[in-house]
Design a protein around this ligand. Structure first.
Ligand code: ATP
Length: 245
């Protein structure tokens, strides 16, 4: 869903190769995220999707390539500095601190903020997620799966990111909650934040996507706007066509 000022590029990944010890899990990956738009990263298990997100966040080892945020090269910044400069990650498998309260989890999400900024950001989080306000003094481990995912997203929003990356945010959630998560994504992009989404529910992902990037064995096989794309079947045909071509 396109909003304003989507013509400029917020996050640009250029020829990124990255991996683990002697394994190069992704090679020469190029993708971009625009303000107020959703770029969806698709691919089979092991294709390298999480590695791309982790490398952008500075949490996996880059071998070569560049990462630009609003034109500024952030490739050499620490994970902390990247978070502070506007990139947040919602990792796979809900990383809330189960024994900490909801409010403590939010405070941890805002670790790059000053105390005053953190207090204001927590209030914003409660306005966006009233269910978290009701449970603010409860241990996060006692929340439902959907509420834990909301908390995980709220944590990532704490520093006021310009780009938020989400790694399979609907995994393991009931269908009704999946829709809630997608609605949150739509509200986030409506604020002009760029979204980079890894998602297994392809149809749902395409329903919110402006751009789609398909990874296969660590390489980009398809990268285009969803403007002319109607459904997953069409994407699959494009992919298979490229494979056989
Ligand atoms: P999934 O959908 O299963 O999460 P993915 O597309 O996100 O898969 P990655 O998790 O990025 O794929 O994995 C890409 C490759 O890197 C795979 O071959 C995987 O086995 C390998 N890999 C992932 N994490 C590590 C790690 N910590 N150490 C070594 N190899 C890893």
């Amino acid at each position: 869903m396109r909003t304003n000022d989507a013509s400029s590029t917020l996050l640009e990944v250029k020829d990124l190769s990255a991996g683990y010890r002697d394994l190069l899990a992704v090679r020469d990956v190029c993708l971009s995220v625009h303000p107020g738009e959703v770029t969806v990263l698709l691919g089979r298990n092991g294709a390298g999707k999480s590695t791309v997100l982790l490398t952008i966040a500075g949490l996996a080892k880059r071998a070569s390539g560049q990462i630009l945020l609003d034109g500024a090269d952030i490739t050499s910044l620490s994970p902390y500095a990247r978070n502070g400069s506007g990139i947040s990650l919602v990792p796979e498998n809900k990383r809330v601190f189960r024994r900490r309260t909801v409010e403590e989890n939010l405070a941890i999400g805002g670790y790059v903020l000053t105390r005053g900024e953190r207090r204001a950001a927590i209030q914003n989080a409660y306005e966006r997620f009233p269910a978290l306000h009701a449970k603010r003094h409860d241990a996060a481990g006692g929340l439902s799966g959907g509420q834990q995912q909301m908390l995980s997203i709220a944590q990532a929003l704490m520093p006021g990111p310009r780009v938020i990356m989400l790694d399979e945010p609907t995994a393991g959630l009931a269908p009704a909650i999946v829709n809630d998560v997608l609605e949150i994504l739509v509200s986030i992009q409506a604020e002009g934040i760029g979204v980079l989404l890894v998602e297994q529910l392809v149809d749902q992902a395409l329903s919110v996507a402006d751009h789609v990037v398909l990874l296969d064995h660590g390489r980009v096989q398809y990268n285009a706007s969803t403007d002319g794309l109607h459904d997953f079947e069409q994407l699959r045909n494009i992919y298979l066509g490229k494979q056989s071509g």
